[in-house]
Design a protein around this ligand. Structure first.
Ligand code: ATP
Ligand code: MG
Length: 559
């Protein structure tokens, strides 16, 4: 991506930065960071944060770091790190320098914890977790000082060293900043800055058995990296005074500032790694990259393009007011991109045999169709017309309703890009189900205006003799409720859509798609946008439906 893309919409963070630049703050530098915790795959909410952090650095010619916020080793893994790295790159962003880890700074953070102890601003507390909660007070009542709050510097240094050396068990004690147990902001009531975790760490191995808390690590890591604008979501607003307290009370090399924006909430899905992990662990979906998941890797597999996700993030903007964005907006973003860029093809999802009685067996006529109706540069595609064709079962009605625009007994339709045909015979099996249609074509009708054959409409088709048998997976929303997370009484599991995946095992795509690469995207005419799934093998192609041609969900909802 190019820098200084001033066509990108601006937002309140950019206004703050422009003000800073005008006043010469931070020597005119803009440094941001994207700080994922490697405890799950990234989701569409993270895409908003990625676009904001990397996009801001690009816009102002600054730098954006990728930093893994890895202070909870039990929940983290290399698999998550790898997936996050690959998702950020796929979205089209490149970080400044090497990948960074909060664990890179564990030595410095430990020194700074000692610094606070020496200054009388931190103490080892031996209250149990339960007692600590009791002493903390509530929103309306102040907290109480811990009986261990006045331990001497020497005792604290000794106990903290014992914590570090593994002399205590998890939960025996913690290191707390000594701030104010009566502070109105609960985050300032002597927050925990180090706790014991006897866990192997994916980066630092077994070097540490004490780990810094998020609050203690985050701002200091920002300072060490020279981050100027530390952008996070609104739930950290109440942590800002603590962020500032550490920056004020430690010998940090820079003074970063924290700014908060509203997180992205999307309807008909959940954007919480914890809940997404449950869906994966309980096998409600087929892994983190299941195309129904709102993860970046799920959207990718579903057929979303990086540009469509970036455009979506631009469309929703960056504000400080929480709201819920309609899934339809995300779908509209990919539809717009694929409408302009995806070549067209025909694919029959649920086929019914159509025999062209006046086309001799073994004969073949090639039709040339544009790959894209509005983009000649995409060239043409060749589609074979033969005696044995397939059309969509739902494009035929034995007893057509009024204003039927498709095929019916005795009626004529145009086969897209080819001839007009008239249905002359309907073959039923013993159960009365239609198994075959017989029709004749009028050779006059290709290109010319039909005279005798007045077609009802246009339907898609493929040659049964020359098509690619494939499986098509059509996805619906993962939840039936707009806000599956919003009902305190009911668990989000209750709203999982049992019909979120519909498989068409006998689909047939036009022959030109035979060697289509995994992830290549097409518009299947009259159907929607589809992409080649990685489950594709040499013998069997698999397509995913990214999105329909129109917002069919709005129609279902009666909007
Ligand atoms: P989750 O709640 O899904 O576990 P998280 O906030 O714990 O998310 P992190 O890995 O800590 O996930 O997030 C990395 C960055 O992405 C943070 O700066 C966070 O504020 C931001 N982020 C996470 N979720 C969203 C969201 N829904 N909208 C915007 N930004 C988000
Ligand atoms: Mg987090």
């Amino acid at each position: 991506m190019t820098k200084n893309d001033s066509s990108k919409p601006t937002n309140f963070i950019h206004q703050i930065i422009e003000e800073d630049l005008k006043n010469g703050v931070n020597d005119g530098k803009v440094v941001t960071r994207f700080p994922p915790e490697p405890n799950g795959y990234l989701h569409i909410g993270h895409a908003k944060s990625i676009c904001l952090n990397f996009g801001t650095a690009l816009k102002y010619g600054g730098q954006c770091n990728l930093r893994f916020d890895d202070t909870n080793p039990e929940k983290e893994s290399q698999e998550y790190i790898d997936s996050i790295v690959s998702d950020v790159r796929w979205l089209g962003f490149e970080w400044s320098g090497d990948i960074r880890y909060t664990s890179d700074y564990f030595d410095t953070l430990h020194e700074w914890a000692l610094h606070l102890i020496n200054e009388g601003k931190a103490y080892v507390d031996s209250l149990s977790a339960h007692e600590m909660r009791e002493y903390r007070g509530t929103l309306t009542e102040p907290g109480k000082n811990s009986p261990y709050r006045d331990r001497s510097v020497e005792e604290n240094l000794d106990l903290f060293e014992k914590m570090r050396a593994g002399a205590f068990d998890e939960g025996d004690c913690v290191l707390r900043a000594k701030i104010d147990m009566a502070a109105a902001n609960i985050n300032l009531r002597d927050p925990v800055i180090y706790r014991i975790r006897k866990a192997h760490h994916h980066q630092s191995g077994d070097k540490w058995c004490i780990y810094p808390s998020y609050d203690f690590a985050h701002g200091q890591s920002d300072a060490l990296e020279g981050v100027t604008h530390s952008i996070c979501t609104l739930e950290f607003e109440d942590h800002r005074p603590l962020y500032d307290w550490f920056v004020e009370n430690l010998p940090v090399p820079a003074k970063p500032r924290q700014y908060e924006f509203a997180r992205l909430n999307l309807n008909y899905t959940v954007t919480s790694k914890r809940k997404l992990k449950l869906l994966v662990d309980e096998q409600k979906v087929n892994g983190w990259n299941d195309p129904r998941m709102p993860t970046i890797s799920g959207l990718r597999r579903r057929g979303y393009t990086p540009a469509s996700i970036r455009n979506f993030c631009d469309m929703i903007g960056v504000t400080r007011s929480n709201g819920i964005v309609d899934m339809g907006m995300l779908e509209a973003a990919v539809r717009e991109d694929l409408d302009a860029n995806a070549p067209r093809a025909m694919c029959v999802l649920d086929p019914i045999k159509l025999t062209i009685t006046n086309m001799p067996e073994g004969e073949l006529a090639w039709f040339e169709l544009p790959a894209h109706p509005k983009d000649e540069a995409m060239g043409i595609r060749k589609v074979p017309f033969t005696r044995n064709l397939l059309i969509e079962r739902e494009d035929f009605a034995e007893v057509p309703p009024k204003k039927w625009k498709r095929l019916a007994p005795g009626e004529a339709v145009r086969l897209r890009g080819a001839y007009v045909i008239r249905c002359e015979e309907v073959v039923l099996d013993e159960t009365g189900e239609v198994v075959e249609l017989k029709a004749s074509f009028d050779p006059q009708t290709h290109g010319a205006n039909p005279t005798d054959y007045k077609p009802n409409g246009v339907i898609h088709w493929v040659s049964a003799d020359n098509a690619v048998p494939c499986e098509v997976r059509a996805y619906e929303r993962l939840f039936t409720e707009p806000n599956p997370d919003g009902d305190k009484e009911r668990d989000f599991h209750e709203f999982i859509n049992p019909e979120s995946l519909v498989v068409y095992p006998r689909a047939h795509a036009e022959i030109g798609l035979k060697h289509a690469a995994v992830e290549s995207r097409y518009q299947f005419e009259r159907q929607g946008y589809f992409c080649v799934d990685p489950d594709t093998t040499e013998n069997r192609m698999v397509f995913n439906r990214t999105v329909g041609l129109r917002d069919s969900w709005a129609k279902i909802q009666g909007k």
